[in-house]
Design a protein around this ligand. Structure first.
Ligand code: SAH
Length: 363
């Protein structure tokens, strides 16, 4: 895969402006008031901004031509300056086990990302990617082995949800930022995407139904909590001792567990508990030493633990037996810490946590 030179430039800036590359505004990437400003430039009333925003995010329209509430003249004016859709669907796979769907999308510059739709009785959750590839190299995660290409613009994150809605007709209730990439290394675009997904005039996904998961980028955790965002925050821990965590998640050298704990302890954020995600791997991080490390880490914090039994990708890591998983959950519970076990979906189509990998290598 060849990455175009200009996309490399995107790594050094915070807000990605697609317009600076394609020459056109990317509507999906704009807040309501940004569309309103564009309408003012067209000599239109400000309410048109809200109207277009709703067509894009509520009706999930893909082309300016289809916004029939606008005059033909205005549509033509807009078509020269903006576009709504940039993602191309390359592949769609459906799990025979549980109906989970996985989508491979191509971005405007040829980069590939994956998105997953999980269907529960009461929830329809889209797991979005925030970067093309990932730079963190967690030893157990498939995405890490792809290498890293670039950050996604907010619109490229949002369009994953819009495209899944268009393709499946599903009314999406939950969003998790747990696909490819590290959301907090693309902080501004991720927060912007969450804000737009949360907008009542658009998809209107409740803040409690949006989860942002980070491998532990401590300064961004601090920023997030200080800014008191309402979305749920999850931090991937996956080891109870620093020693093991450094081996599994190299980012721990820069942001050790003690620092993350301190940040969460002194910043209540919006008051919601933080979820500590713990990928359970047989004989590795399921030992008494690691689990008691995890318990000491979480105790006294407004936090809970979510155990994720390892989804196979690498042969050297194994899922612990069910009995061991229940024992560990019980130990954590007995220590007075809230704990849940996540049942992953879509493992037969490599759509489960840590299995996203687009057959493309960057690096
Ligand atoms: N970079 C972010 C978000 C992506 S990963 C983060 O690390 O939080 C989403 C979750 O999947 C993380 O909690 C990660 O630890 C977990 N995960 C990674 N590989 C996995 C695997 N093979 N099996 C189960 N969970 C995995």
């Amino acid at each position: 895969m060849k990455i175009r030179h200009e996309t490399k430039k995107l790594l050094s800036i915070e807000y990605i402006k697609i317009k600076s590359i394609t020459g056109k505004e990317y509507f999906t990437d704009l807040y309501q008031d940004e569309i309103r400003s564009l309408m003012e430039e067209a000599g239109e009333k400000p309410f048109r901004g809200r109207q277009i925003f709703s067509w894009i995010h509520k009706k999930t329209t893909e082309s300016i031509e289809d916004i029939t509430e606008l005059s033909e003249e205005l549509r033509n004016w807009l078509k020269e300056r903006a576009e709504i859709s940039l993602l191309k669907v390359v592949k769609r796979t459906i799990s025979k086990l549980d109906g989970t769907q996985k989508f491979l999308f191509e971005l405007y510059d040829g980069n590939m990302i994956e998105t997953v739709l999980m269907l529960n009785q009461d929830r329809k959750t889209v797991c979005v990617s925030s970067q093309a590839g990932c730079a963190l190299n967690c030893t157990f995660c498939a995405t890490g082995s792809m290498g890293f290409s670039r950050n996604l613009a907010a619109g490229e994150i949002i369009e994953q949800v819009l495209a899944v809605t268009r393709l499946t007709g599903a009314r999406i209730s939950n969003i998790v930022f747990m696909g490819m990439g590290e959301p907090f290394l693309n902080y501004h675009n991720v927060i912007k995407a969450a804000n737009i997904l949360n907008d009542q005039k658009g998809l209107d996904i409740g803040a409690r139904h949006i989860t942002i998961s980070t491998a532990g980028i401590n300064d961004k955790i601090e920023q997030y909590l200080t800014e008191k965002h309402k979305y749920k925050l999850a931090v991937s821990i996956s080891a109870g001792t620093e020693n093991l965590r450094r081996k599994l998640m190299p980012i721990s050298r820069k942001y050790p567990l003690t620092k993350i704990r301190k940040t969460i302890r002194k910043n209540p954020g919006s008051g919601k508990p933080v979820t500590f995600e713990y990928v359970l791997m047989d004989g590795l991080n399921d030992t008494p030493e690691e689990i008691s490390g995890l318990i000491s880490l979480v105790r006294g914090l407004n936090a809970k633990v979510n155990l994720i039994p390892y989804n196979s990708h690498y042969k050297e890591f194994k899922t612990p037996p069910e009995t061991r998983i229940s024992e560990i959950a019980q130990m954590i519970h007995n220590a007075g810490v809230k704990v849940t076990v996540r049942r992953s979906s879509g493992s037969d189509i490599q759509a489960a946590c840590g299995q996203l990998y687009s057959d493309v290598k960057y690096s």
